[in-house]
Write a protein that binds this ligand. Structure first.
Ligand SMILES: Cc1cc2nc3c(=O)[nH]c(=O)nc-3n(C[C@H](O)[C@H](O)[C@H](O)COP(=O)(O)O)c2cc1C
Length: 379
């Protein structure tokens, strides 16, 4: 049964189609996964005000994110190893986003490279940067994103050190997977995934292999990534990165009003309120629970986006009502991709669009710009 009506349905199809190691890589959070769970649970606590007999004709979800027109304010979040959920996953997801007219963000840790995605799309996409110790490599990545005509740089701030996800350790996660007996058995049960992977040449980190000094094959790559995330990254680094990039800059991973103030001072174009989908600091609050405090602190100074825990168009509306101008989905599009490739990513976006549209209408509004706290129920 492949009829998917919501993101939970897509997740179950992906579970059957994607090798366990990569499905688990998406469906996991750090340590006890308490923040991962809270991200979703806290959205459910926010209730809408049902309004009736309001003219619902002529509805529109069109908006802007950092000045770019979007068909709805929902971007695809940067996710590593997306090309392992489905062969050529980053190219397919970018194409789906392009057809839907929403932003796609390519991760530094992608399988398909910046150049691959640029060749497979027509409109500019966004590029997410991890700052590594090897500064030549970082400068080169920024320049490659410029040459590829990326229209925004998303600088991730919350991963100077890696949080631990137990499932990845237990599964021995690598890209491509090691040919151990459990992996071979698991993949043999997913023949479509295997066949499509055999047809592509993109099976390891496309932005890194052949570009970073001393990384020519997988064994050196593993040690390189473990050593390379720069633990000394500081607010001062934002300055030179902003300068080198020279375009729109989004700072990702803000969860505290004090950091939001520092972020606003950098002159960046937007911040993303995010706890990395519960993958970094377990025990941190959910993104949606801190959003109002951050909006209070800097809402008049910088555009505010949010991710972590959005599983429906209803969640998108909840975030917009609490002051976010844009939202991002990570796992929802990965499940769509794992379930059905590009068609599945389009289905993910379509499900979210319909849920958002109907919810807005039932709250008595026609335009997404009218989303505000008055749509939410307060005791
Ligand atoms: C499998 C996976 C890989 C991710 N890889 C990255 C990454 O490479 N860079 C990054 O900035 N964020 C990464 N993230 C975090 C996402 O950008 C985003 O913050 C998070 O997925 C949002 O939460 P959601 O999955 O609940 O929508 C990743 C998330 C997942 C699920």
């Amino acid at each position: 049964m492949n009829l998917a009506l919501d993101i939970a349905d897509l997740k179950e199809i992906a579970r059957r189609r994607v090798p366990k190691m990569f499905f688990d890589y998406a469906d996991s959070g750090a340590w006890t996964e308490s923040t991962y769970r809270a991200n979703e649970e806290d959205f459910q606590k926010i209730k809408f005000r049902q309004r009736v007999l309001v003219d619902m004709a002529g509805r529109s979800l069109e908006s802007t994110m950092i000045g770019e027109k979007v068909s709805m304010p929902v971007a695809l979040a940067p996710t590593g190893l997306t090309g392992m959920q489905h062969a050529d996953g980053e190219i397919l997801a970018a194409q789906a986003a392009e057809e839907f007219n929403v932003p796609f963000t390519l991760s530094t840790m992608s399988i398909c490279s910046i150049e691959d995605v640029a060749a497979g799309t027509k409109k500019p996409f966004w590029f997410q940067l991890y700052v590594m110790r090897d500064k030549d490599f970082v400068l080169n990545l920024i320049d490659r994103a410029k040459v590829a005509n990326c229209s925004a740089l998303v600088l991730t701030l919350d991963l100077q050190i890696l949080g631990q996800r137990h499932k990845d350790v237990r599964n021995g996660l690598t890209a491509p997977p090691r040919m151990t007996l459990p992996n071979i058995v698991n993949m043999a049960l997913r023949p479509e995934w295997c066949l499509s992977m055999l047809r592509t040449k993109r099976r390891t980190f496309g932005n890194i292999v052949g570009h970073a000094k001393g990384v020519e094959d997988l064994s050196s790559l593993t040690s390189w990534t473990n050593e390379q995330f720069d633990p000394t990254l500081s607010w001062k680094d934002v300055e030179w990165i902003k300068e080198r990039w020279g375009g729109k800059l989004i700072l990702k991973g803000i969860l505290d009003p004090e950091d939001a103030r520092l972020a606003a001072e950098t002159g960046a174009d937007a911040i993303i309120v995010s706890n990395h989908g519960g993958r970094q600091l377990d025990g941190a609050p959910s993104s949606i629970s801190v959003l109002p405090k951050i909006v209070d602190a800097v809402g008049d100074r910088i555009e505010i986006h949010i991710d972590s825990g959005i599983r429906s168009g209803q969640d998108v509306l909840r975030a917009l009502c609490l002051g976010a101008k844009g939202t991002y989905i990570g796992r929802p599009f990965l499940y769509g991709l794992g379930a059905m490739g590009k068609k599945g990513v389009k289905l993910t976006l379509d499900i979210i669009r319909k849920e958002l549209d109907i919810t807005l209408a039932l709250c008595g509004k026609r335009l997404i710009s009218e989303a505000g706290p008055e749509l939410l129920y307060r005791d």
